[in-house]
Write a protein that binds this ligand. Structure first.
Ligand code: HEM
Length: 527
């Protein structure tokens, strides 16, 4: 051996040292190949007839992660065509069973608490952002009470005051923001609308102190906290990565900030002169008579800020992008305001919003095509027979529902890909919304009576015990922004094109691909 090595000299040394990496690469490639072959054979030969069909995939663990992640709706449509309403796919090693259309929405969203569970899925991601003892870091019955507090805090009086506050924020923004200097220009819609949305939500729901903090330290804290929702955190929310450390610092600082506001208000330094949610939560008590502790008030307020901001800012951006694609609708909206409220366009009130059906329909139609939450997930707790099938979903699976998918089906909506707010004028769709709503079973999970939505193909706010409690606020906020915007501006796509921008699915909430730039022009004020 020694002799041979000496004879080969430096060449032998090189061969000896380079053969190791080659062997490792060959070994790894063989392992991958074997895993692929076994994975394919398993799919072809070991089909379980009583389980939903598995979406074919080459790579174990990765499965359909990439195709689903790039465009979930395209993925749902392609597999709906192949397999029907129920199928399973692999998402980062997890088995996800998708149940589509109205039966699928109902099966998952109205599932019983003993069968399906949301907190096991959402808690690892949300608890480090919201903090302890709220939302998914507590028993479901406590979440239901927390939802009741918020829902009941949205009184007519509160909503009325919010319209005025939101209008002021918008007017101020349109006057002062650097984007809107002069008579005309262009702006990046998602970026600018994210800013306006957070100012309007914080001024109304979160209160004056929080709104004022957004001009200084709060924006940075919000950004750090938001990084907690990076998709990577679905797997690594616990990991000591820089963005998770920043998230934890931001959460602790925010909890302190909210707690200080509560203490200051309780001490009588601040007078109760608004209807924000902090004041309301300070007066709430759980069923056992215990008032909501400071850190829970903070956690609920953070949860509202986060839940509302992502969905509403994406929706407000889509609304403006759709209006820029359809400038004639902007003129129709202004005409509606003039005809319902008077030619001189007085300040809009909460009651006035009910007189502007086209404004509501613009929001409604935008949510139909651009649901910010494309996939809703639940953990299966025990073997479940899927309604209307022989399939049994085992507890190792996660259920996935997508109400945004049924809202794009042509058996429910005529020409579904077309954005047309007038489709909501009576009788334009294939399903009778009013009749279905009247027939609908009603239920109360402890935070007010809601319809179960079992038949509706249109559920942008979800259904069941986890249904959104922010719907009323979101409509009010979005409609008020639209009212203020069309009074001040005309908008259109750059060069008058009819294109619409694509969707960015890279984060947990879908939103327009940025930058999405459109042209604005300030209206001449009539004297
Ligand atoms: C356009 C705006 C919005 C849309 C499309 C939307 C959509 C949704 C959906 C689909 C769900 C159900 C999630 C699930 O079942 O897992 C939900 C839940 C929820 N949303 Fe919204 N939301 C919007 C605005 C808001 C706002 C403004 C707030 C707060 C003020 C809010 C607070 C909540 C809360 C607290 C839940 C309950 C979570 C649970 O019970 O697990 N949302 N939302």
């Amino acid at each position: 051996m020694g002799l041979l090595a000496n004879l080969a000299g430096p060449l032998g040394d090189f061969a000896a040292s380079s053969s190791l990496p080659v062997l490792v690469v060959v070994g790894f490639a063989s392992f991958i190949l074997l895993a692929i072959v076994l994975n394919v054979l398993q799919q072809l030969l070991l089909k379980k007839p009583n389980e939903p069909p598995m979406v074919f995939h080459w790579l174990p663990v990765i499965g359909s992660t990439i195709t689903y992640g790039m465009d979930p709706f395209a993925f749902f449509f392609a597999n709906h065509k192949k397999y029907g309403n129920v199928f399973t796919f692999i998402l980062l090693g997890r088995k996800m069973t998708v149940c589509l259309d109205t039966t699928g929405n109902n099966f998952i969203l109205n599932g019983k608490i003993k069968d399906v569970n949301a907190e096991e899925i959402y808690s690892p991601l949300c608890t480090p952002v919201f903090g302890k003892d709220v939302v998914y870091d507590c028993p479901n019955s406590k979440l239901m009470e927390q939802k009741k507090f918020v829902k009941f805090g949205l009184t007519q009086e509160a909503l009325r005051s919010y319209v005025t506050l939101i209008t002021h924020e918008c007017e101020d923004f349109f006057k002062r923001h650097k984007t809107f200097k002069g008579q005309q220009g262009t702006f990046d819609v998602p970026k600018v609308m994210a800013e306006l949305t957070i100012y309007t939500a914080s001024r109304s729901l979160q209160g004056e102190e929080i709104r004022n903090s957004f001009d200084s330290k709060f924006a940075e804290l919000y950004h750090d906290l938001d990084m907690g929702f990076s998709p990577i955190n679905f797997m690594l929310s616990w990991a000591p990565l820089p963005h998770n450390r920043a998230r934890d610092n931001a959460r602790e600082t925010m909890i302190k900030l909210y707690s200080e506001i509560v203490r200051k208000r309780r001490s009588g330094v601040a007078k109760k002169d608004s209807h924000d949610m902090i004041w309301h939560l300070m007066d709430c008590k759980y069923k056992d008579g215990v008032p909501v502790p400071e850190h829970e008030i903070a956690g609920i307020m953070i949860a509202l800020l986060m839940a509302g901001q992502h969905s509403s800012s994406s929706t407000s951006a889509w609304i403006l992008l759709r209006l820029a694609q359809n400038p004639h609708i902007v003129e129709e909206l202004l005409a509606e305001q003039k005809s319902a409220l008077g030619h001189h366009l007085p300040p809009v009130s909460y009651e006035d919003l009910q007189k502007l059906p086209l404004h509501a329909q613009v929001v409604k139609e935008t949510l139909r095509l651009h649901a910010p939450i494309h996939s809703i997930m639940r953990k299966v707790k025990q073997p479940l027979v899927v309604d209307g099938t022989n399939y049994v979903v085992p507890p190792s699976h996660t259920l996935m529902s997508s109400p945004g998918f049924s809202a794009q089906l042509d058996n429910h909506f005529v020409n579904p890909a077309h954005w047309d707010p007038h489709r909501w004028d009576a009788g334009q769709n294939n399903y009778d919304e009013e009749r279905d709503e009247a027939d609908e079973e009603k239920i109360d999970y402890g935070w007010g009576v809601v319809s179960k939505g079992t038949k509706s193909p249109y559920l942008p706010f979800g259904a069941g015990r986890h249904r959104c409690i922010g719907e009323q606020f979101a409509y009010l906020q979005l409609q008020t922004i639209v009212v203020a915007f069309v009074r001040e501006f005309k908008i259109r796509n750059v060069g008058g094109s009819k294109d619409i921008i694509g969707t960015d699915y890279s984060s947990l909430f879908s939103r327009p691909l940025a930058p999405a730039v459109v042209e604005w022009e300030r209206r001449q004020k009539e004297l």
